[in-house]
Design a protein around this ligand. Structure first.
Ligand SMILES: Cc1cc2nc3c(=O)[nH]c(=O)nc-3n(C[C@H](O)[C@H](O)[C@H](O)COP(=O)(O)OP(=O)(O)OC[C@H]3O[C@@H](n4cnc5c(N)ncnc54)[C@H](O)[C@@H]3O)c2cc1C
Length: 517
């Protein structure tokens, strides 16, 4: 880097309060940003001094201005403003990370054809008889990965051809402060390090699980054939989305969920309705635990379960999908050797500027965020990118209103507090709930099941939370996210603009009007 002088951050974006940089960390950051390389001899060994601070490195160890661990959201940091820096990008898996290869994008590319397949049921209610003649699984799968795989490969080639970027094909782990083993017996050092190592599926400690072939979200989208039957362990969004996809395509799906409802983090009204509606298409077993997994005589997977009545039962299926959550990859990085703090779950601890406890080391995305969402990882990456480039005027992200969506059937989308959370926090709140069926577009769909629920402060009518279940919920929620982000009172949002008639957005307008005096 070229003589950038670092001091305490001067300004930040709106958002969480950000702890001030300590004198010590400012001094250390200053040292990191003003490297002076000179060779020295200490006790007969030749060292290269790469910082003004405490880091001394063996000659022969490659040194970079910046090292990024993980090519998911971390890769998006490197743009032409980094052209003057030498950058090491370390990736141990498929280039492009989870969202592109095994997450948001392929799963939603499966959701759309699944929506089409499942629409036959809705059409019949409206007097349109559609027959689903079949789903050409291999064709659906190959269209999706025929688009994604070349993108991942192209992304990698582009980086490999960048003059200032070196791509390391290996698993990075810390061997010292800002010093990393990057596989193949190579060690590198860097003035600054970004940990963007993501998360991985949780594999539960379930008897017999390792004795059978099971799938996770990382493998199930590449199945050679569509299975006739599938058991899904888990009741979160990954389970909900794959239950929709496979059942719409004709697979007999059973979902095993320990708690009383699916999507248990959602507002209880939404979680209950979702459980009921998915349960019409899928065998949903709530308050049910898997106790043992084994291979049945016919080669299928057998899962022994115990339901609410404590009666043991066994279920067989061609495919077992484990969807019991994701855990951050912090525990795989030998963080303590890099003097980087993580919590007991392996989540790297960061401040509002995405700085870790170690000077010159940032973290972003799933490895440092409880909200494991791509839009959060993207936002973090923009914050880290800015802070690497502008160390004297760092910014922080804004985590007040992070929305999320579940692309199942029905869709679910939410932002802010649930009603239970508002009550728990002792906030004086009001609720407005509007059914899709009360709007003209709802009549068109003959909708009787879906709704919008919003929660606002009683006095100001500023929104505290919004919870939608129904068609296009992931898009319909956007004006509510905007209202919350800009603290616009519900009546102003409802009356201060035109709402297109008779669009589906009228359900949002009506919910807001429900809070007007
Ligand atoms: C099935 C599924 C569906 C999803 N759908 C959505 C959705 O609809 N909307 C949404 O917002 N989010 C969704 N997500 C979540 C989203 O994919 C993640 O939040 C996001 O991709 C995280 O980005 P990241 O950059 O933090 O990590 P990643 O994209 O996972 O990147 C981390 C990279 O680091 C690499 N790596 C890890 N450890 C090391 C190491 N030691 N050395 C070198 N490389 C390493 C990994 O191989 C990986 O490529 C979904 C996830 C799944 C699994």
């Amino acid at each position: 880097m070229h003589g950038v002088v670092v001091g305490a951050p001067e300004q930040s974006e709106i958002g969480d309060p950000v702890p001030a940089m300590t004198a010590q960390s400012a001094a250390e950051a200053s040292a990191i940003h003003t490297p002076s390389c000179s060779d020295s001899w200490v006790r007969g060994k030749r060292y290269r001094r790469v910082t003004l601070g405490r880091c001394w490195h063996h000659v022969g160890v490659r040194h970079f201005d910046l090292c990024i661990i993980g090519s998911g959201s971390g890769n998006s940091i490197i743009d032409d403003r980094f052209d003057h820096l030498s950058v090491a990008l370390v990736e141990m898996g498929t280039f492009g990370g989870t969202c592109l290869n095994v997450g948001c994008i392929p799963s939603k590319m499966f959701v759309h054809p699944a929506d089409l397949a499942a629409s036959t049921l809705q059409a019949a209610r409206l007097g349109v008889d559609l027959d689903l003649e079949g789903v050409r699984w291999q064709e659906v799968r190959d269209r999706i990965f025929g688009r994604i795989d070349p993108k991942a490969a192209k992304g990698r080639t582009y980086r490999e051809q960048s003059r200032n970027v070196t791509v390391f094909d290996g698993r990075a782990r810390f061997v010292g402060p800002r010093e990393l083993d990057v596989g193949a017996a190579q060690t590198i050092t860097a003035d600054q390090v970004v940990i963007a190592a993501g998360s991985r599926p949780v594999i539960p400690d379930l008897a017999g699980l390792n004795s059978v072939d099971f799938h996770t979200s990382e493998t199930v989208m590449r199945l050679a054939e569509r299975p006739r039957s599938m058991i899904i362990l888990g009741g979160g969004y990954v389970a909900a989305e794959f239950a929709h996809i496979f059942s719409a395509f004709g697979t007999a799906v059973t979902v095993l969920n320990r708690s009383e409802v699916l999507l248990r983090r959602e507002d209880v009204d939404v979680a209950e309705r979702f459980t009921e509606l998915l349960g019409r298409r899928v065998d949903v077993r709530v308050k049910t635990s898997a106790t043992l997994v084994e291979r049945a005589a016919d080669g299928r997977v057998r899962v022994h379960i115990e339901g609410p009545d404590q009666q043991p039962e066994q279920l067989d299926a061609e495919v077992l999908l484990v969807a019991t959550g994701r855990t951050p990859n912090g525990d795989t990085l030998d963080l303590e050797r890099g003097e980087i703090e993580a919590d007991d779950d392996g989540l790297v601890i960061v401040d509002g500027y995405q700085r870790t406890s170690a000077a010159g080391v940032f973290a972003l995305g799933d490895v440092s965020s409880r909200q494991q969402l791509k839009h959060v990882a993207n936002k973090d990456a923009r914050v880290v990118q800015h802070n690497l480039l502008h160390p004297v005027s760092m910014i922080s992200g804004d985590r007040r209103f992070v929305p999320r969506a579940v692309f199942s059937m029905p869709q679910v989308a939410s932002v802010g507090l649930t009603e239970a959370e508002a009550a728990e926090q002792g906030i004086d709140y009001v609720v407005s709930r509007e059914d899709y069926g009360n709007t003209a577009f709802g009549w068109a769909m003959e909708d009787t099941e879906h709704f919008v629920k919003i929660i606002a402060r009683t006095d100001s009518k500023v929104l505290l939370g919004a919870h939608l279940i129904g068609p296009h919920a992931s898009s319909l929620i956007q004006p509510l996210i905007q209202a919350m982000s800009f603290e616009q009172p519900a009546p102003d949002v409802a009356r201060g603009q035109y709402w297109i008639h008779p669009a589906m957005t009228e359900v949002v307008e009506n919910a807001l009007l429900g809070l007007a005096d």
